[in-house]
Design a protein around this ligand. Sequence first.
Ligand SMILES: [Zn+2]
Length: 366
Amino acid sequence: MLWGRIKGHDETLERLDRIIELGRPAHAYLFFGPRGVGKATTAKVFAAALNCKSACGTCSSCRAILNHTHTDFHYLAPEGSRTILRGQVMDLLHAVNLKQQSDQYKVAVIDDAQVLGPEAANALLKTLEEPPGNVVFILVADDAGQVLPTIASRCQRVRFGALSGDIVQDILVNQHGLDPDRARLAAKLARGMVGDAIEIASGTFLDLRERMVEVLLSEKRSIRDRVALAVEISEAAKADGESLKKNQEDELAKMEGYAGGPGKLSAGVKKKIIAGHKRDSARRERAVYHHALVFTAAIFRDVLLINENADKKFITNSDLILERAPGEGNTRARVARALTRIEMAGRRIDQNVNPLMALENLFFTI
Ligand SMILES: [Zn+2]
């Protein structure tokens, strides 16, 4: 049973299961919810279930859908430039409009539907208005509000929520092979967003955890230590941004391959792809600062909980903080001040203030 591969989302899965039972799916669905919680996987399993009621996972139909080799299953995701192009949508529509080979459902999954460009969306719209029989579109998006309203309004909405910390940890360890301790921490910090948790657990900034606790909670914290800590975090951010480079180079090579070999890609397309990569790296870099702020807040929240004698299981950094938090000048007033300033620093970074400066400023004042 393929449904078993999906963690959490009990209510959503029940709803989808009922649709399969009734055997009358809508022509288009919009699966939306936080990044990396299993929307695309669910879309695939739903596609399998439309043609094999139990989504057994072993019959030829299920296997072909899982391997993307099923003639009636189409999966579209943005290529390179981080937009879905009109040509991609036209190819997809051509495939689903081909004369029906069997009485099976044809399923078209469009991942990252929020990046459908206007031209691509227009092409899709015509088909969504008059859908051919036995075709089911599943659009997948992190933010339903970002999908063009003309498209979204023609889809039945299926909401996905954040996952529990335990489930996120389980996914990180068992599906991504990450270290259990890092996975536990990352799951706690990412608040149910698997995508964020993977970023945190596989990135470099968690290595600074001990240093952060030491510098931020020690009574003897010097200005030099605090500046050094902010710089180390900014270096971790840069390293994480750079870490995307290898994949990006591979992707560019793949796109050049499609175009007929190195140097064959048109200058305009290449420029677009590189700009998309730069945006991704900058986003990844910025995310590290946000994760660092969330972690800083977690340190102070831990202090608060320890001062209030809360149960150890609620303390994120119980291994590092339990012994030292009370005393050492970490009063309720300091914690309150720190939490407010952390939030302010987050807002300043969102407003494009130099993140290193925002972090230095924060560490000076808490
Ligand atoms: Zn099957």
